[in-house]
Design a protein around this ligand. Structure first.
Ligand code: ZN
Length: 446
């Protein structure tokens, strides 16, 4: 047995916080300087705010700089197609082009990466994969479409870099994927949390017991907040007989900025030698304390083509100190990973409803295979919230009434008594997702 080290980058991952913060300041100053020189977009932004790079002298000075938003980015792209004037290098120097997955009606963001950027992107994933116990002897299966969405692309190169045996599966359907995972003895599987559950369900239908017939010991998820919901994780772990670890990234960064370590502290470590992750009150922009929920605002040091400085992500997070984990890493933790989106809160008859909170409750019921949340407006006045659930094949009708009542009351108890309608969908009726799951339909404005 090889005695592998515990950390991918022991020096920075266990660096005392004071040194870490000094390193961040140095990298921050360089990043701002570079953006000022090479990105007309940033130069314009800073000139308008009356700040110059030489005014950044302490860590607190980050607050002098204006935010960067997705809207600004889209606008500069529309004015100067295809990439806007925030790219710092001529297009010829790029080796990769990707697009945000985009929601309907929105223009996707277009991103370019150089060879150096691409190697940095893989490196960030290495922190996460190594941190969750992946080693060069592993066989890693990617349940991923390998398309224009950046998704697990960087993770693919990370596992190659580590020396794992890598199994891509862009062309396969779910049955084919399950078969290959078993046949090749994959030890690590990467997917969205929703799709990890889906593969488990399909395996069961195929008569395959992943715990006995498969060799998977780690399921690494990304792409949805559900990766840190305890009940969802537990379902995945029980199905696969493996530990399930969360990671999160975004196309605007190109890679991940947080990952769960093997100690599974109930959250994800921030890769602080490559990112500054601020948590701010979304309304006032004031910094939040540890333990307070707010919006993630990210600065990335590594992507040369696209400077990302104080970018408002609209992700909802809650930062806690690194001492909440026993692994020895000094990077702070987002408790519960990405908690949702600042703007995905729905107001139903005066009560706040977050889709993630609903999922946390629904996933306590292992007999529920898939679900949807539907919002409607009755008689033009009264908002109704309905949770449609699809049950496991072969579920006995006799138990339905009890489940319907219990789920309805669990949901109400967690939402100030708000009444939820719970209805049963037919087998195979609800949509299944491979990429970002969309489980909420708001039909109120139609
Ligand atoms: Zn840890």
């Amino acid at each position: 047995m090889v005695n592998w080290p515990d950390y991918w980058n022991p020096k920075t991952e266990t660096m005392p916080r004071e040194e870490l913060q000094a390193l961040q300041l140095l990298k921050f100053q360089r990043t701002v300087q570079r953006a000022w020189q090479d990105s007309p977009f940033h130069r314009r932004l800073y000139e308008k705010a009356g700040v110059t790079p030489d005014q950044i002298k302490t860590s607190e000075d980050i607050q002098r700089l204006p935010f960067m938003t997705r809207e600004d980015w889209m606008e500069c792209q529309a004015e100067q197609p295809l990439f806007g004037d925030l790219i710092t290098r001529p297009r010829e120097e790029a080796i990769r082009y990707h697009l945000t997955s985009g929601t309907s009606g929105r223009q996707p963001l277009r991103v370019l990466d150089s060879r150096k950027d691409w190697s940095w992107i893989g490196e960030q994933w290495c922190y996460g994969f190594w941190g969750f116990g992946v080693r060069p002897t592993d066989t890693v299966f990617f349940a991923f479409s390998y398309g224009s969405f950046i998704g697990f692309w960087g993770a693919h190169y990370c596992t190659e870099k580590m020396g794992c045996l890598v199994l891509p599966s862009g062309n396969m359907n779910t049955e084919g994927r399950v078969k290959q995972i078993v046949e090749m003895g994959a030890t690590v599987v990467c997917a969205t949390p929703t799709y990890a559950l889906r593969m488990g369900q399909v395996a069961e239908q195929m008569g395959i017991d992943l715990k006995k017939d498969g060799k998977v010991r780690r399921v690494i998820v990304s792409g949805e907040p559900a990766g840190s919901i305890p009940a969802t994780k537990k379902m995945i772990e029980n199905m696969w007989g493996a530990k399930c670890g969360d990671t999160a990234g975004m196309t605007e960064i190109g890679t991940i900025m947080i990952f769960e370590c093997e100690k599974q502290p109930g959250g994800t470590h921030i890769i602080e030698d490559h990112f500054i992750e601020e948590v701010l009150n979304p309304d006032t922009g004031e910094p939040c304390d540890y333990g307070e929920r707010g919006e993630r605002v990210v600065t990335s040091f590594g992507r040369g083509f696209i400077p990302l400085i104080r970018y408002r992500t609209k992700d909802l997070v809650c930062k806690v100190p690194h001492t909440n984990c026993s692994c020895g890493r000094t990077g702070d933790i987002f408790e519960g990973g990405i908690l949702g989106r600042v703007d995905d809160m729905k107001l139903i008859r005066g009560t706040n409803v977050y889709p993630r909170a609903v999922e946390e409750i629904v996933r306590e019921y292992p007999e529920i295979e898939e679900f949807q949340i539907v919002l409607t407006r009755e008689d033009n006045i009264r908002d109704e919230i309905t949770v449609q659930v699809e049950l496991q094949p072969g579920y006995s009708d006799d138990n339905w009434d009890g489940l319907q009542t219990k789920l309805g009351s669990d949901l109400a108890d967690n939402h100030e008594g708000l009444r939820f309608n719970v209805t049963r969908a037919n087998e195979g009726e609800l949509p299944r997702f491979e990429l970002k799951a969309k489980r909420l339909q708001d039909l109120r404005d139609q």
